[in-house]
Design a protein. Sequence first.
Length: 64
Amino acid sequence: MVPSVLLLATTNQVCLDVASVPFLWVLPLTLYLLSFVLCFDSDRWYSRRILMPAAILALAAFAP
């Protein structure tokens, strides 16, 4: 869920505040797809014990 939300937020920011350049959205999409592939590739890439606290810290860092 977190990568999807970050992709939507980045896309919204790029569409509203940055001049429309056709290939500007390719980098966020590439990062999202890379994270998707790494998470579902095998169990060694995703360790809930490590990534869950990291996700909570990242969300806390962006909270107002």
